[in-house]
Structures are given as C-alpha cells and as structure tokens.
Design a protein. Structure first.
Length: 459
C-alpha cells in the first residue's frame, strides 16, 4: 500500500487538473471524430494534448493523429508481406498523397482503433485543411521527412538490431527527434514560445545543421525526442526482438553477448536467473550455476547512454514559458525517466515489458501540474535511485566503465535539479505545516465548543 500514490490517483481522477480545450470545438463532426480517436489511440496522453491552449491543442492533436497513422503503416508486419516496395512507397508519399486527400481511406492496415483511424483518415485530412498555413506547413514537412526515414528503415534487416550507434541515433531521430522538431516549430509558429526553443544543446547531432552556421538548428528538440525514444527502445527489447524489428545497436550488445544472437539476452542464463532474478527452492540453486549477467551489462550501458541526454531535455523544459506547454512536454519526459530507472539493472525486462505503477504515474503527472520545482524534485529522486545502486556496487557493472558513466550522468542530473528540488521540498513542508496548523485550530475549536457545552450542562 502506497498512500501517496493512492492520494495522487484520487486527486488526478476527481479534481479535474487538466481541462479539455479541444472539446470546445467538437460541434464540428470531423473535430469530434479526431477528439474521439485521440482518446482511443493515445489513451492517457490525450488529456495532455487537450489541455493545451485553444488552437494549439487542435494543431497538436492533428499532428499526433497524422504521425500515429503513419506509424500504423510502418508497424503493420502482415498486410505488406511480399509487397514491401508498396509499404515503402506508402510511407514516402503519405504526406503528399494521404494528408491532402479529404476522402482518404486506407483499408486493411493496422488493428483495432488504429485501423479505424487509417480507414477514416479523411476526417483528419479535412481538419488539417482548416489549420493555419504555418501549422499545415510544419505538419506536412515533418510527415514527409518521417515517412522517408521510416521507408529507409522498413527495407533494413533489423532482426539483430541497428548496425551501430550512429544508426540507432538516426532511427531515433527519424521517429522521435523529428516529432520534437515539429512540436517546437508549432509552438513558435503560434507565438506561444520564443525561438530560443529552436536552439542547440550540448549534444551535436549529425542530422542537425551546423550550430555555428544555423543557431536555430533544433538540436535541443532532437535531444528531447531521442531521450524518449531510447527509453522506449530499451523497455521494448523483448517485444521488438520477437517481432523481428529490434533496435539495440549491434556495436553495443555484441560487446556483451557470448553468441551472435540478440535473443541470447532473453535466456535465463544471460540475465542472472537464480541470482539476480530469485527462484524459489532447490531449482533456483541449480539454475544459478554458470549464470551470467551479460544482458544486464548491456542494458545498463544503454541506460547510461540515455541518461546522458537528460541535461538537454531539462534545458529544453527550462526554455518553455507557457504553463500548459510546459506540462505537455514535461509529462512524457518525467515518465520516461521513471521508466528508465525501472528498467535499469532489471532482469524482468528480458522476460516481459517493465511498466511503472499507475499510482506513480498519477504522482508524476501531478508533479508537472505543480510546476518546474516539482519536476526537478522528481528528476533528482529518480537519478539518486540509480546513483545509490552504483555507489553501493549492487548493480551489474558498478565498478567499471559503465558504472562510471552512470555515476557521472546521474551526478549531472542531480547538480542541475538540486536547487529547485530543495525549493519544492520547502514548499511541501510549508504546506504540511499549514495543514497541520489548520487541523490543530479546528481540533482546539471543537474542544472549546465541547467544554462550553459541558459547562452549561453543569450549571
């Protein structure tokens, strides 16, 4: 039982923390369709889009649905079997062909709600046509770039992951860095954020323009997107491997694997079964003999690689000025950090998907509503979980190069967030004292009333 998580879940469910600004425009049947599909295909993230300012929320909703439809085409591994060239062509021309077709309907692709989305995509295209010209230009540009990137990787053999770290980074750019670019450009186009958001971070990416020649090269936006995507790829190891489209870079995992197969890490003898993943009874002792932890070593190296992007992600958040946009960007960042920490050194990642608790999710969302100080507090606490494990030597690789990278990355996060995290703690302490004082006054008043009644009764 976690009382704070229960309280957070109740507050999130019943207190109406995030308003729905998209609902105001739902008299239009096409916008109503988009709002409905947004809730179905994005689940909890829909509320984060809907709370954006008027106009902006519709831009982002359409942007999200367009990319979700594109992603549905990319993810379908059955419809295009034997016709992979058609899939590549669909991805490359999706923007020019589908987004401009107000009667668009793609049959037989995807499953469930995603299938409905692409079958009735004309509703999305019709709303797209009503957006401001600048918003249309951004959405079209990113859709075409992403479609071309997806087509490039659709033809690649990814059964054993990406070829190297550069290909890993480039894939993350294509499917998430470009999203960060598009969002940033839309925020600026609507006049809700400044062009400072479009600048360079500490990471210099080969797929971004030279910052010396083009200062607004969207480097920070890419770092933010890559952090999110890398967390997803790390978490989805088993599912992606089974699907035959894995993304863990070969130049990293082959350093740790004994065989030449990425699937080796799913074997109990590779991720510490009976040692790091306890097994009951005598059988556990037998299984533990000869067990290795190479899968965890690889996992922790990838976690370190992702954590090194957090300072740029925090810098991006600090450049935001509109509270609802800050929440929109902060929620996936802090949830990705929590997911990454849950995956860190965790053998269960190789037996299924690691998820964070719903109560913790509610606490994280509430933290973003409470403001930047609370967001920094969460980053501090989560970084400390990893750094403590490294310092104590309890995680795999703690004493080597990987442990050093983890320690440095976490220290940088803690250094950057410590001041505001302390402000958050002071604010919480003041609130707790105020609540305690109110309760004490109320109790004293009750006692006073009862004593007065007793005095009257004795007369």
């Amino acid at each position: 039982m976690r009382p704070l998580e229960v309280a957070a879940a109740l507050r999130f469910k019943f207190c109406g923390l995030l308003e729905n600004n998209l609902k105001k425009a739902c008299d239009d049947p096409d916008i109503a369709f988009c709002d409905d599909m947004l809730k179905k295909v994005s689940r909890s993230f829909a509320a984060v889009i809907q709370q954006l300012p008027d106009g902006m929320c519709l831009d982002i909703a359409i942007f999200y649905l367009v990319l979700r439809a594109l992603d549905t085409v990319e993810d379908d591994m059955t419809f295009y079997i034997g016709r992979e060239h058609e899939k590549e062509a669909e991805l490359r021309t999706f923007g020019a062909k589908r987004l401009t077709d107000i009667a668009c309907s793609i049959k037989g692709v995807g499953e469930g709600d995603e299938r409905t989305l692409v079958e009735k995509f004309g509703g999305v295209s019709r709303v797209f046509k009503t957006l401001p010209k600048k918003s249309q230009d951004v959405i079209m540009d990113i859709t075409e770039q992403m479609g071309a990137g997806m087509a490039e990787y659709a033809a690649a053999d990814l059964g054993q992951g990406t070829v190297d770290k550069a290909a890993y980074d480039r894939y993350c750019h294509m499917v998430a860095g470009l999203v960060g670019e598009g969002l940033s450009r839309l925020f600026v186009a609507r006049g809700l954020e400044s062009e400072a958001l479009l600048g360079q971070g500490e990471h210099v990416w080969p797929f971004c323009a030279d910052p010396n020649k083009q200062p607004n090269n969207l480097g920070l936006a890419n770092s933010m997107g890559l952090f999110l995507q890398k967390c997803n790829i790390i978490r989805d190891y088993l599912e992606d491997y089974v699907d035959g489209r894995a993304f863990w870079p070969q130049t990293i995992w082959k350093k740790h694997a004994i065989t030449g197969d990425l699937g080796e890490f799913a074997r109990p003898t590779a991720h510490g079964a009976g040692v790091r993943l306890p097994m009951k009874g005598e059988g556990g002792k037998v299984v533990a003999k000869g067990v290795g932890t190479q899968a965890l070593m690889c996992l922790n190296e990838l976690v370190a690689d992702a954590l090194e992007l957090v300072p740029d992600a925090l810098e991006y958040l600090e450049r935001l000025h509109t509270p609802s946009i800050y929440r929109f960007c902060a929620i996936p960042q802090v949830m990705a950090m929590a997911t990454l920490v849950a995956c860190f050194d965790n053998p269960k990642l190789f037996t299924g998907v690691v998820k964070i608790r719903k109560g913790l999710t509610a606490r994280l969302i509430i933290g973003t509503v409470d403001g930047p100080d609370a967001v920094h507090w969460w980053f501090t606490q989560l970084a400390k979980e990893v750094s403590k494990s490294v310092a104590s030597g309890s995680c795999v690789g703690a004493g080597g190069e990987i442990g050093q990278r983890l320690a440095v990355a976490c220290q940088r996060i803690e250094d950057r967030t410590r001041a505001r995290a302390r402000l958050c703690e002071r604010q919480r302490a003041c609130k707790a004292l105020a609540v305690f004082g109110t309760m004490a006054l109320a109790a004293a008043a009750v006692v006073g009333i009862q004593q007065g009644r007793l005095g009257v009764a004795l007369r």
